[in-house]
Design a protein around this ligand. Structure first.
Ligand code: H79
Length: 414
């Protein structure tokens, strides 16, 4: 896989995934049966016939959807890009498709092209707009793949030619600059088929990035498994798609929210290993963003805003041999950032052999006393004294300035 040439993606660090479609109406339950899996999969999981599922469009009227306020919030949370589900596996287009009337303008009483609204909001607030497009699975199209079903009699090429390519063309010609197309679940897509979609995207918008899940190793960055964090720094461009609870699409019964602390830690882990954290919200059938996710993101956003210098513009960390439960590191030239995640009175980082010149609390610039020392085991270390007023605090960041460009971590030995 060849990395993208788009610098913005390497610098982005934090983005907003939006999963929204007809499944938000069912919200995890159909005819009294609940799905205990990801809610946007309900059509597949509960075997809802196409004609029945299509009826949902007639009641889709998300009058509270407000593209402007969602994008404004994303900006406030420090996010640099948005990825919106233009079409998920259910097959319904969440924009005004001219090639298929099964879309939010022609098939619902709502009749608004929300993708246009998102495009304008992204332009207004200076965020990049990416689009999720399910290129292989389409449970509505007779020739689209459906996972966990027999697909052997399908003419997948016909589906690509008749639905996918026309719709990708619409998306890449009607909504301004598209930052990336987030393809997903390639299943049995052949090399030629993946390549033809890459070629189509690039012919319409050469700077539009193709996600890792186009299949056949033809994407421009690595996408991890959903919610799976690589253990080690990863060298190429990459992104972690992640949820705030246990679903992407809205599920009224899923209240298993991560805490803001967990999300901050995950963001820092991903950033320090060189990746972007693409964090999901799933609006409900009225277009409301669940309060649970807003609360978490408001808290996470506060951390991001206060500590931007230690997040944006950082690069993949030099490998540090210890796992710390109280800290995550990030780095940029001549600076090592220690994000403090548990209450501490004194910080001791061992196996580090830099000449540190200054220590501050990043958000306030308050200077801290520190010492370069040698441990009794013989490894180098730095010790930083935390002011009393911070002893009970978590989620703040210490900036250590150093003579050398990168941290020098000593390997474990002896
Ligand atoms: O868009 C989100 C998911 O819908 C999509 N990728 C993210 C970004 C995704 N596509 N496929 N998968 C995730 C794999 C999902 C498999 C399963 Fe299931 C869904 C296993 C458990 C839930 C379907 C329902 C099969 C068993 C139950």
């Amino acid at each position: 896989m060849e990395d993208t040439k788009q610098q913005w993606f390497k610098d982005a660090k934090f983005g907003l995934f939006i999963h929204w479609g007809l499944y938000s109406i069912l919200a995890g339950e159909y005819k009294g049966k609940k799905t205990d899996h990801i809610a946007e999969w309900i059509m597949n999981h509960l075997n809802i016939p196409v004609e029945e599922y299509r009826e949902l469009a007639k009641q889709f009227n998300p009058v509270n959807f407000d593209a402007d306020s969602i994008v404004e919030k994303a900006k406030e949370w420090g996010m640099k890009y948005i990825v919106f589900t233009a079409k998920h596996h259910e097959g319904f287009a969440m924009y005004h498709s001219t090639s298929d009337p099964y879309n939010i303008v022609d098939a619902t009483p709502y009749r608004r092209d929300i993708l246009k609204e998102l495009q304008l909001a992204c332009e207004k607030y200076g965020l990049r707009l990416g689009l999720y497009y399910s290129q292989a699975q389409d449970w509505d199209d007779p020739n689209g793949f459906m996972q966990y079903r027999d697909n052997s009699s399908k003419d997948f090429q016909a589906y690509l030619d008749n639905k996918v390519k026309p719709q990708l063309t619409e998306l890449l010609t009607g909504y301004g600059k598209i930052a990336l197309i987030w393809f997903d679940t390639p299943m049995e897509t052949t090399v030629e088929q993946s390549q033809s979609l890459v070629d189509l995207v690039k012919s319409l918008q050469p700077n539009c990035i193709v996600s890792g899940r186009i299949g056949n190793n033809l994407g421009e960055y690595m996408t991890t498994g959903d919610n799976f964090v690589p253990r080690l720094p990863y060298e190429g461009d990459w992104e972690l798609p992640a949820t705030l609870n246990d679903t992407w699409g809205f599920n009224k019964d899923d209240h298993n929210w991560k805490s803001p602390d967990e999300v901050i830690k995950l963001l820092l882990k991903v950033n320090s290993r060189g990746g972007n954290y693409l964090l999901n919200i799933g609006p409900d059938s009225l277009g409301n963003v669940p309060g649970g996710s807003i609360d978490i993101l408001d808290a996470v956003g506060k951390y991001v805003q206060a500590n931007q210098d230690a997040i944006f513009g950082t690069k993949r960390m030099t490998y540090y041999p210890y796992e710390l439960d109280w800290a995550e590191f990030t780095q940029k030239p001549h600076k090592l950032f220690i994000h403090i995640l548990k209450p501490k009175k004194v910080i001791e980082v061992i196996n580090v052999n830099n000449q540190f010149t200054k220590a501050t609390i990043l958000s306030t610039n308050e200077e801290l006393t520190f010492q370069n020392l040698v441990t009794c085991e013989g490894s180098h270390m730095v010790e930083v004294r935390i002011p009393k007023s911070y002893h009970a605090k978590t989620n703040y960041c210490i900036c250590l300035e150093m003579k050398e460009e990168d941290p020098i971590f000593e390997p474990l030995e002896g």
